[in-house]
Design a protein around this ligand. Structure first.
Ligand SMILES: Cc1ncc(COP(=O)(O)O)c(C=O)c1O
Length: 408
């Protein structure tokens, strides 16, 4: 059921110069249409969850309407469910650069990560070390913190430079006792894009596993898990134009080696062994349609468009003396996600001011406790997070800039 990608669909979304045709892209997202009273919302809350295409809505409805059944049955709708799940698994593996038989569907990234962390209990003992970073969302810290507590292991931190929003790689240290190196592909708070190579190299030098949180990166940055040598990678389709769900992608050999908690009758091999209970099949159908959309546009066109949004926003911010940007100052080393504070206004006040102007965004820490702590903002209301994706345009950027300028 995951539709194959047609060249004509692609060409409809790119203009003759090969750049993204914004109006055609936006037409695919029903939530981006003006409201009946003519209001046009800027959904700058994208790092918290993106809007979905009509293809996603239709794929989910069509699954429930035409094929709704549990898997592995001897009748047509069950067989169609199995075919759909396997098709989407292949599409996910290709999107993440992972393995066809290494994709686990779940409720969300956090739940999948906890599940994996419990399976790692058997590999970690007292005195071992787990490496985590101060740039991560807490879903890539707390599961490892608890794993350490259960086993008597300790955490080694990779520090964040608050001035640049980049990790201090000279604090990335491993030893013969390191069992896991966890790191982000990009920061959901500051937009920093992270090169996996130093983390993978460090982990490999001591035989440790690597775990990459690609939730924030997935809609922005091409992912190549296998080529990058990452053992396990997790992300969430609701951040890349799909439904609320989670994905874990791992080397099938590793999935087979570990012993996840499972009920006895559940499959004993393959990624299904890691899925607790019945999968959300309608969500899996939606994930397939979200990936069809991304393939139609292409990560290159998405990246180029987002870079132009970032440059425009950063240029505009440089003229707003009251606004402080936290995180990388250059478009090239970031996603179009911007944490800002405004002199004389709390982040919550700024977000409310923007909401009054039909600009939706988050204020606070967005579960990025460590980055906010490193910036000294954790107990100060955090920061306002403006998050763009490929369906935003210059008009959206300018509206946010004008609204920030209006704060004086
Ligand atoms: C970078 C990052 N990691 C992990 C998560 C948690 O994802 P989920 O809601 O799928 O558990 C989020 C959610 O905001 C996130 O932005």
């Amino acid at each position: 059921m995951a539709a194959m990608i047609s060249t004509s669909a692609t060409s409809r979304l790119l203009d003759t110069a090969g750049t993204l045709d914004l109006e055609r892209v936006r037409a695919r997202f029903p939530a981006l249409a003006p409201s009946p009273d003519g209001r046009r919302i800027v959904h700058a809350d994208a790092p918290g969850g993106t809007q979905v295409t009509s293809g996603v809505i239709e794929a989910m409805s069509a699954y429930l309407r035409d094929h709704n059944a549990n898997s592995h049955g001897g009748f047509a709708t069950s067989a169609a469910t199995d075919t759909m799940v396997e098709g989407v698994r292949t599409a996910v593996a290709s999107f993440l650069g992972g393995w066809d038989d290494g994709i686990v569907f779940g409720q969300n990234m956090t739940t999948l990560t906890w599940h994996l962390s419990h399976a790692l209990d058997a590999r970690v003992s007292s005195g071992d070390e787990l490496v985590v970073t101060r740039l991560d969302h807490d879903a890539n810290i707390s599961p490892w913190l608890h794993l350490a507590k259960r086993t008597g292991a300790s955490l080694r931190w990779v520090d964040l430079d608050p001035a640049t929003g980049r990790l201090h790689l000279d604090t990335l240290a491993v030893s013969a006792r390191t069992r896991l190196v966890a790191f982000p592909a990009a920061s959901n708070a500051l937009g920093t894009v992270v090169d996996p190579a130093p983390f993978v190299d460090a982990a490999r030098s001591v035989g440790a596993l690597t775990f990459c949180d690609a939730v924030h990166a997935a809609p922005h940055v091409p992912l190549s898990q296998r080529d990058d040598g990452i053992d396990v990678l997790a992300c969430s389709p609701y951040k890349f134009f799909g439904p609320h769900a989670g994905l874990l992608s791992a080397d099938p050999a590793l999935l087979a080696e570990l012993q996840p908690d499972k009920v006895r009758p559940a499959p004993d091999d393959g990624p299904d062994r890691w899925q607790t209970g019945t999968a959300t099949f309608e969500a899996i159908a939606g994930i397939g349609a979200a990936l069809d959309h991304i393939t139609d546009v292409g990560m290159d066109a998405i990246g180029a468009h987002e870079q132009s949004l970032s440059r425009r926003f950063l240029d505009g911010l440089s003229g707003l003396a009251a606004v402080t940007l936290h995180g990388p100052p250059n478009a090239a080393e970031r996603t179009p996600t911007f944490a800002v504070t405004v002199r004389g206004h709390s982040p919550a006040q700024v977000a409310a001011h923007l909401a009054d102007r039909d600009i939706y965004c988050w204020a606070g820490h967005y579960y990025a406790l460590e980055p906010m702590r490193a910036l000294g903002l954790l107990h100060d209301g955090g920061a306002v997070r403006i998050g763009f994706v490929h369906y935003h345009g210059a008009t959206d950027v300018d509206r946010v800039l004008q609204a920030l300028a209006d704060l004086g």
